[in-house]
Design a protein around this ligand. Structure first.
Ligand code: RUQ
Ligand code: CUA
Length: 863
C-alpha cells in the first residue's frame, strides 16, 4: 500500500511543496545550486513524467543512415524504441532470425544485400486525412525503397524496392485514405537501367513519382497495382498529397529546372552554381486519380523492369500533369489541413509561397496556361496561382500546422528559427531561436487534416555547444517547444545518437493500440501462425540426412531441449516458441560463437538456420534477463565430427551424499514447498475475495500466476514417483523444480495483489497526501508499520481506540509527555518499552497526519 502514495505526488504538488514550509527551502536551494531559473523549473514541470506516468503523444522519427525508426514520447522526450527497418537490429533479432531475414531480403536490389538505409520521412496511414495509427511507412532515400511497419507490434513487415529510380526523396507521403504511398525521385537517371552518357541528360535521364498501392486488407503494398509517372529530369524533391478541395492531386517540387549537369572535373562550374541559376523551379501538380485510370490502358504507359510508367505525354493529354514556377531551389511542400493552400519553402529565398489550389484548379479548368515546358507540360502562371508570399527569414524549409485555423510553423534553416505565421492573412506572429540549423519540424499530428498543435519539435541538424562533447560526430538535437501560449517556449533538448533523423510524425498515444503479447505461435513478420509453432510437450528434434530441425520452447526459466547434438556440417534450424502468456516476458536465444541470435516475445515463434561447421561444445542461452533464474536458462549444442573417433575420459570418483543426508534434504525442500504454497493460498484467497476478475490487467497477472502453478502437478508426480522408487536424488531435483514454479507463482501473485490493493484503495485527499509526507519525513515509520504491530503499535484504528479520537491523537502527537501517566499509555510504554517521542510537528502537519490516518482506516480491510 505504501508505494501507491508516492504516485500521488504529481506535478501539481511540486508547487505545493514550493510553498510548504520544508519544501520551499529545498526547491530554492536546488534552483540556486543548479543555477535554474523559474523558467527552467516551469519547463521541467511541463515535461517531467513521474514514474509510471505515460506520454500524451508518440513520435516516430526517421533514423537517417541507421536505416531505422526511432520512437519517443512527448512531452517527456523519452526514447522508447529503435525499430529495425532497412538494417539488421540484433536486440529484436531483426536480420538474424529467418522470418525477419525474409523481410530484409525483400529489400535486396538486383539480388544485392543493402545493409544500410537513409530513412527520411515517416508517415502514418490516414482516413479522411487523419492519422489512423495502425501502420507506418518510411522511405529510404539512398536505395529507393519504402517499408511498412505494423504498429500492432512495431515491427517491419514489408520492404518494396522501387523498380525504376536510382535515388529518391519525396517519400513516403500518403494520400488521404491511404490509397497510395507516394515516392518521388531525386537525382534523375535513365529509367531503363542502362548506361547513357550525360550528354543525353535531357533526352533520356528522367525523374519519376511512384504511386505504391496500399492494400489495407493484407496490410501490405501491392506491387502489381502500383505504377509510376515519368517526370522531366528536374530533380524532384519533397512531395505532399492533396486533401479536401485538392483531393486526388499531389504536389512535388524540384530544384533543377536548368537541367544543369555540372562537371567540376572538366573545369565546368559545379552543380550548385548551375542549378540555382534560374529564378524559378517547378512545382509538379498531378492527379493520381486520373493516373490510376491511365494505368489501366497499355497505350498510356511503358514497361520498365516489369513496372508501368505512365508517359509524360499520356499524363499531359489526360489533364493529369501541370507545372507551376516556384521560387528558386525550394525544399518543403506542405498542404494545409483543409487542402486549400500549398506552402512551399524557399530555401534560397527569404519567402515562403502560399499557392491557392482554388486558383490553380480554375486555371486548369479554363485551360489557361502561361506556357509549356520543353516536355510539353502546361505551365501555369505563378502569380495567378499564388495566394501570396511572406518574408519569413533566411532558409525557410518545412511547415507544420496548428489546431488554430490558418496558423502554421515554418523552419528557417539558415536563421535557425521557428516562425509562427498565418497563411491566410500572411502575417508573421512569433519566432523562436533553435540550436542550430533546423530541418524539419513537426507539431502534434501537424501534417494531418486535424492538427492538434500543442507542442512543436524542431529537428536541428547541428548541436554544436548544446551537449557534453562526445567526439567529432555530434548527436542531433530534437527540441521540444511549447506552442500553446502567445510566445513560443523552448522546453527540452533531446540529443539523438542515431543516424541523422530527418523528419518525425507524431500521434496521440491513445490512437495506438499495440498488442502486449502475440497469439501463441505467431510469425510476427506475417502475422500468421508459424507452421513450426511448438507447444509444451511438442519439443523435438527431427533429422533428415544433414538437415536437423529443432523444435524448442522457452518459458521461465528453461529452454527445452537443454542438450542438442548434431554432426559437423549439419544444416541446423532451430524453431523457438516463447510459451509465455505474461507480458514483457521476452526470451532471447543465442548460441555462443555461431552468430546466432533471436528474440522471442511472449507467444512468438521465430527460427534461425545455420551450418554447424565447427566442432565443439557451444553453450546457448537466453539473452533477456527474464527471471531470477535467467542465468540458468541455457543449454549445450554439441557438434561432433562424424569422421573422428573420440576417446572417453575416465570417470572421476566424486563423493556422494549418504541416504540419511538425502532424506534430510528431501524433507527440508518438502517443508519449504509447503510453506510457500501456503503463502500462495492466502494470496489467492485475498484476490478471489476481493474480486480480482473485475480488473482486466490484474486478471491477466492472475492467469499468468495460475499458469505457472498449473505446471506443478506434473512435476510433483515425478518427484513422488522418484521418491517411491527410492531415487532420492531425482525426487529432490523434481521438488526443487516444484519450488521454482511456486516461487514464480508467488512472485506474480503478489504483484497482482499489490495492484489490486491499489485499485481498491480510496483516493487520497490532498490533506492525507500531505499527511503521509509529514508522517514519513517525521520518521514515524521508524516505529509504526501500518497494518502490523512492530516496535510501536499499529496506527490502524488508533483514531477509534479513544473517545474523541481525533482530539486525543492531536494532543498526543503535539505533546506525548502530557499523556504518559494515562493508564492506556502506561500500558503501551510497558509493552513496547518505548515512549512516543515529541516530533515537534506543526499543528497543520498533525491535522494532515490525522487525515492520513483516516485514509488508512478506510482502507484497513485491504491489508
Ligand atoms: S528533408 S534532406 Cu528537409 Cu525531408 Cu530529407
Ligand atoms: Cu529467459 Cu532469460
Amino acid at each position: 500500500m505504501r508505494s501507491l502514495k508516492r504516485a500521488v505526488l504529481s506535478i501539481g504538488c511540486l508547487f505545493a511543496f514550493a510553498v510548504s514550509a520544508f519544501g520551499q527551502s529545498d526547491l530554492q536551494k536546488i534552483m540556486q545550486e543548479r543555477k535554474l531559473t523559474e523558467q527552467d523549473v516551469l519547463a521541467a514541470a511541463k515535461t517531467y513524467q513521474p514514474s509510471g506516468r505515460k506520454d500524451e503523444f508518440i513520435v516516430f522519427s526517421s533514423g537517417g543512415q541507421s536505416g531505422q525508426v526511432i520512437v519517443y514520447g512527448v512531452p517527456s522526450m523519452r526514447i522508447y524504441k529503435y525499430i529495425g527497418v532497412f538494417t539488421p537490429e540484433p536486440w529484436q533479432g531483426y536480420g538474424f532470425d529467418n522470418e525477419s531475414k525474409a523481410v530484409l531480403a525483400e529489400g535486396r536490389i538486383h539480388g544485392k544485400d543493402i545493409t544500410w538505409g537513409d530513412t527520411h520521412h515517416p508517415n502514418f496511414t490516414e482516413k479522411n486525412g487523419e492519422y489512423v495509427g495502425d501502420y507506418l511507412f518510411i522511405n529510404d532515400k539512398a536505395n529507393p525503397r519504402v517499408a511498412v511497419i505494423n504498429l500492432k507490434d512495431f515491427e517491419t513487415t514489408q520492404i518494396v524496392v522501387n523498380p525504376i529510380i536510382k535515388s529518391e526523396h519525396g517519400g513516403s507521403f500518403v494520400t488521404p485514405n491511404t490509397e497510395y504511398v507516394i515516392e518521388a525521385s531525386q537525382y534523375a537517371a535513365p529509367l531503363d537501367d542502362l548506361w547513357h552518357p550525360i550528354e543525353e541528360y535531357e533526352a533520356v535521364y528522367r525523374g519519376a513519382v511512384t504511386l505504391w498501392k496500399f492494400d489495407y486488407a493484407s496490410g501490405r503494398i501491392d506491387v502489381n497495382k502500383s505504377f509510376s509517372l515519368e517526370l522531366p529530369p528536374y530533380m524532384q524533391d519533397l512531395s505532399d498529397a492533396g486533401k479536401g478541395i485538392s483531393m486526388g492531386w499531389a504536389f512535388t517540387n524540384s530544384f533543377n529546372s536548368e537541367m544543369y549537369t555540372g562537371g567540376i572535373e572538366k573545369g565546368l562550374p559545379p552543380m550548385e552554381a548551375g542549378m540555382s541559376r534560374n529564378d524559378t523551379d517547378y512545382l509538379h501538380i498531378y492527379n493520381w486519380q486520373i493516373l490510376e485510370k491511365l494505368a489501366k490502358d497499355s497505350k498510356n504507359y511503358k514497361i520498365y523492369n516489369n513496372h508501368k510508367v505512365i508517359t509524360i505525354e499520356a499524363a499531359v493529354k489526360a489533364g493529369a500533369l501541370f507545372l507551376i514556377p516556384e521560387s528558386k531551389s525550394p525544399h518543403g511542400v506542405d498542404v494545409t489541413p483543409d487542402g486549400r493552400y500549398i506552402i512551399v519553402g524557399g530555401k534560397l529565398d527569404t519567402h515562403v509561397s502560399v499557392y491557392d489550389f482554388k486558383k490553380i484548379k480554375e486555371l486548369i479548368d479554363k485551360k489557361e496556361f502561361a506556357s509549356k515546358d520543353p516536355y510539353g507540360i502546361p505551365v501555369l502562371d505563378m502569380k495567378k496561382t499564388l495566394h501570396g508570399q511572406v518574408e519569413l527569414g533566411l532558409g525557410p524549409l518545412h511547415s507544420s500546422f496548428d489546431s488554430k485555423d490558418g496558423i502554421v510553423y515554418t523552419s528557417l534553416y539558415v536563421d535557425s528559427q521557428v516562425v509562427r505565421w498565418d497563411y491566410k492573412s500572411l502575417k508573421v506572429l512569433d519566432r523562436i531561436n533553435v540550436h542550430y540549423n533546423i530541418g524539419h519540424l513537426d507539431t502534434m499530428e501537424g501534417k494531418s487534416a486535424k492538427p492538434i498543435g500543442k507542442y512543436a519539435i524542431a529537428l536541428d541538424k547541428l548541436s554544436i555547444d548544446r551537449f557534453n562533447p562526445i567526439g567529432p560526430l555530434h548527436p542531433q538535437n530534437h527540441q521540444l517547444i511549447d506552442i500553446n501560449g502567445a510566445k513560443m517556449d523552448l522546453l527540452y533538448d533531446l540529443p539523438i545518437g542515431l543516424g541523422e533523423p530527418h523528419d518525425v510524425v507524431s500521434i496521440q498515444a491513445s490512437k495506438l493500440s499495440p498488442a502486449v503479447t502475440y497469439k501463441m505461435g505467431t510469425n510476427s513478420r506475417t502475422g500468421k501462425q508459424h507452421p513450426a509453432m511448438t507447444l509444451a510437450g511438442q519439443e523435438r528434434v527431427e533429422r533428415d540426412g544433414k538437415n536437423v530441425k529443432i523444435y524448442m520452447t522457452a518459458v521461465r526459466s528453461h529452454l527445452n531441449p537443454e542438450h542438442i547434438e548434431v554432426q559437423k556440417d549439419d544444416n541446423v534450424t532451430i524453431y523457438l516458441t516463447n510459451l509465455e502468456r505474461a507480458q514483457d516476458e521476452t526470451h532471447g536465444f543465442a548460441i555462443d560463437n555461431y552468430n546466432v541470435h533471436m528474440s522471442a516475445e511472449p507467444g512468438k515463434t521465430a527460427s534461425i538456420t545455420f551450418i554447424a561447421d565447427r566442432e565443439g561444445v557451444f553453450p546457448y542461452y537466453c539473452t533477456e534477463f527474464c527471471s531470477a533464474l535467467h542465468l540458468e536458462m541455457f543449454g549445450y549444442l554439441y557438434v561432433k565430427d562424424p569422421n573422428k573417433k573420440y576417446e572417453s575420459a575416465k570417470k572421476m570418483q566424486l563423493q556422494t551424499l549418504s541416504p540419511q543426508a538425502l532424506e534430510t534434504e528431501y524433507q527440508k525442500i518438502l517443508a519449504t514447498n509447503k510453506a510457500t504454497d501456503e503463502v500462495i493460498g492466502s494470496v489467492v484467497k485475498f484476490l478471489t475475495e476481493k474480486g480480482y476478475e473485475k480488473y482486466p490487467k490484474i486478471k491477466e497477472q492472475v492467469v499468468d500466476a495460475l499458469d505457472q502453478y498449473s505446471k506443478i502437478k506434473e512435476v510433483k508426480d515425478k518427484a513422488d514417483a522418484a521418491y517411491k522408487a527410492k531415487d532420492l536424488n531425482s525426487a529432490i531435483l523434481w521438488e526443487y523444480q516444484v519450488w521454482q514454479y511456486l516461487v514464480k507463482t508467488a512472485d506474480v501473485g503478489l504483484r497482482a495483489k499489490n495492484n489490486l490493493v491499489r485499485e481498491l484503495s480510496t483516493p487520497m485527499s490532498p490533506a492525507a497526501t500531505r499527511g503521509e509526507v509529514a508522517y514519513l519525513e517525521g520518521g514515524c515509520n521508524g516505529c509504526h508499520v501500518i497494518g502490523q504491530v512492530s516496535s510501536g503499535p499499529d496506527i490502524t484504528g488508533a483514531l477509534l481506540r479513544h473517545e474523541k479520537g481525533e482530539e486525543w491523537i492531536f494532543s498526543f502527537i503535539k505533546d506525548p509527555a502530557k499523556h504518559y501517566e494515562e493508564e492506556y499509555v502506561k500500558a503501551l510504554i510497558n509493552y513496547f518499552n518505548l515512549r512516543m517521542p515529541n516530533q515537534n510537528m506543526k499543528d497543520s502537519e498533525i491535522k494532515d497526519i490525522i487525515e492520513y490516518m483516516k485514509w488508512i482506516d478506510e482502507n484497513a480491510g485491504l491489508n
